[in-house]
Ligand binder design. Structure first.
Ligand code: SF4
Ligand code: SF4
Length: 221
């Protein structure tokens, strides 16, 4: 009799850790490889792999081999997403409360193609061991994403949501390869899930005067 509840007990045990909940929450938005999860949770790879193994054993996550990487996704997306929504809704402050606790320069009301910016996890992360403190990322970003920690001689990310979605300029110009971003796969998933190609085609149609090459050339002549 007790046996039939063992599977459920294992699942509840798997849910009882904040990092595993965070991993499930991330996977409920899109599949991800370990490096995406490491980036988004800011945890070590070995630590994330350990939690992923537990989630797999509990039957909550499955993985698929994609080239040299494993891609992880929820084993039962609909059920898991509903369960997470119930759990996280209870735990998290309402959107109206969140604004008050955020920093004033995080652009709280920003949207990207209609998606609230705070739902898109796109911003740089600094690999401190590789960074030599030249400050080029800080002085090149025109959006105020960075400040400089003069004590530590390292850049600091102070306004992550000001980073332009899809932009990787600071990573490109860092000679030490010390700036990292989520994978291109992550942002492409956001584009697909939100049907942004259709939206873009509609915008082109509706705003011909704004985008038309002939009209633009005439303005710039
Ligand atoms: S450009 Fe690279 S090395 Fe220079 S401060 Fe930024 S992260 Fe560090
Ligand atoms: S990617 Fe572009 S917008 Fe984002 S922090 Fe780097 S330079 Fe700034």
């Amino acid at each position: 009799m007790v046996k039939q509840y063992q599977k459920h007990a294992k699942m509840l045990q798997a849910l009882s850790h904040p990092v595993r909940l965070q991993i499930l929450d991330i996977l409920s938005r899109s599949p991800a490889c370990v490096c995406d999860l490491v980036f988004q949770t800011r945890q070590r790879q070995a630590y994330i792999s350990q939690h992923l193994m537990l989630l797999r054993e509990a039957g909550m996550v499955r993985s698929t081999r994609l080239g040299v990487k494993n891609q992880y996704e929820l084993a039962h997306p609909e059920e898991m997403t509903n369960l997470l929504n119930c759990l996280l809704e209870v735990q998290q402050p309402k959107p109206s409360d969140q604004g008050a606790t955020k920093m004033s320069n995080t652009n709280n009301n920003a949207v990207w193609h209609g998606i609230p910016r705070d739902q898109i996890d796109w911003h740089p992360a600094i690999v401190a061991e590789r960074c030599v403190g030249c400050g080029l990322c800080v002085t090149s970003c025109g959006r105020g994403v960075y400040a400089f920690d003069y004590e530590a001689n390292k850049p600091a990310i102070v306004a992550p949501q000001m980073c332009m979605v899809g932009c990787t300029t600071c990573a490109t110009i860092c000679l030490q390869d010390a700036v990292e971003f989520p994978s291109r796969g992550y942002i492409r998933q956001v584009i697909r899930q939100n049907k942004l190609l259709t939206q873009s085609k509609n915008l082109l149609k509706e705003n011909r005067q704004k985008y038309d090459v002939v009209a633009r050339q005439a303005v710039n002549a």
